[in-house]
Design a protein around this ligand. Structure first.
Ligand SMILES: Cc1ncc(COP(=O)(O)O)c(C=O)c1O
Length: 314
């Protein structure tokens, strides 16, 4: 919250997250690296911003009315956020997810009252076929009467949700922003933030990231990986060439290693996609050099991954 007054409704606690400068994991003789702590949103990820926008824009247009059920295919971050917003607003929510994703997320969606429908994965991996299979199931459900398909991968309302994140960065870093990077799933976060940053700083370099083992944007083919929320097996329809300058594939092992360093050396407990973001931000900081500012995002809270091996595997 931007003020210390009590929030009128829980929805108003979304956003206005802190932005900090990394102190220990960035080598000397580099640009400064800032990290926006989005794990401090109510369900622990930046997806709360887009869930609120998706639901409220649909309500405003009259596409979503009281008594309807929202349906979405999601690994669980978007699902947790939609489940949270639907609980507050009184909509039923059906989510199509998979056992490839953190059990914490599946349980969170159920805790907010969602109906969780599981599509089995191949060996617990996020394969190129998995998300399309989940989406076709969600689409099929949405064709029934009384359903609203949130359709995070194609719905432009998603971008509206992330513009606030961009505006907060402009305020929090008045020195200016030379580069911004972020790993993409549906690409909503990077595209929404870029719309704001590029309209303010025309030369701000925006780099989209993906796992090196699933280089769909950089090389044109997918592959299995374990970084939840990104590397979805197809080019995200919301990815707009006018809103980014380059794409970079980041090694998942390096990302996981830096997630552990973030916890132990910076006190920031975040997930594996944040690790990829920070690896790339440090690469950019080395390339741009002192006097520049690179910004990225801690997408979510590491509390979502404590049952897995992110913080224990060497
Ligand atoms: C943990 C995590 N990181 C990154 C992303 C990617 O965000 P976007 O879909 O806006 O590209 C997601 C999306 O689900 C996510 O859950």
């Amino acid at each position: 919250m931007s003020t210390n007054r009590p929030a009128r409704v829980v929805l108003e606690t979304i956003g206005n997250t802190p932005c900090i400068e990394l102190q220990n994991v960035v080598p000397g003789d580099c640009a400064r690296v800032f990290l926006k702590l989005e794990g401090l949103n109510p369900t622990g990820s930046y997806k709360d911003r887009m869930a609120r926008a998706v639901i409220e824009e649909a309500e405003r247009r009259g596409d979503l009315k009281p008594g309807m059920t929202v349906v979405e295919a999601t690994g669980g971050s978007t699902g947790s956020s939609l489940a949270f917003v639907c609980a507050i607003k009184g909509y039923d929510f059906t989510v199509v997810s998979s056992n490839a994703f953190a059990v914490e997320k599946l349980k969170t969606m159920a805790a907010y009252g969602a109906t969780v429908d599981i599509v089995p994965s191949s060996g617990g991996k996020i394969t190129p076929e998995l998300i399309p299979a989940m989406r076709s199931k969600a689409k099929e459900i949405s064709l029934m009467d009384g359903y609203y398909y949130a359709d995070q991968f194609c719905n432009p309302d998603v971008l509206i949700g992330y513009e606030g994140l961009g505006r907060e960065l402009l305020e929090q870093i008045p020195e200016g922003i030379d580069a911004f990077c972020g790993a993409v799933g549906g690409a909503g976060m990077v595209m929404g933030v870029s719309r704001i940053l590029k309209s303010h700083y025309a030369d701000c370099r925006v780099t989209v990231l993906e796992p090196a083992s699933a280089p769909m944007i950089t090389k044109g083919y997918g592959g299995p990986h374990s970084v939840e929320g990104i590397g979805i097996g197809f080019i995200p329809p919301l990815l707009d060439k006018r809103l980014y300058d380059d794409a970079r594939a980041v090694d998942e092992g390096e990302g996981r290693a830096i997630s552990r360093r973030l916890a132990q050396e910076e006190g920031i407990l975040a997930g594996a996609s944040t690790g990829l973001n920070v690896v790339a931000a440090i690469q950019l900081a080395k390339e741009l050099g002192p006097g520049n500012i690179v910004v990225t995002v801690a997408c979510d809270s590491g509390l979502k991954y404590l049952q897995g091996d992110l913080f224990t595997k060497k």
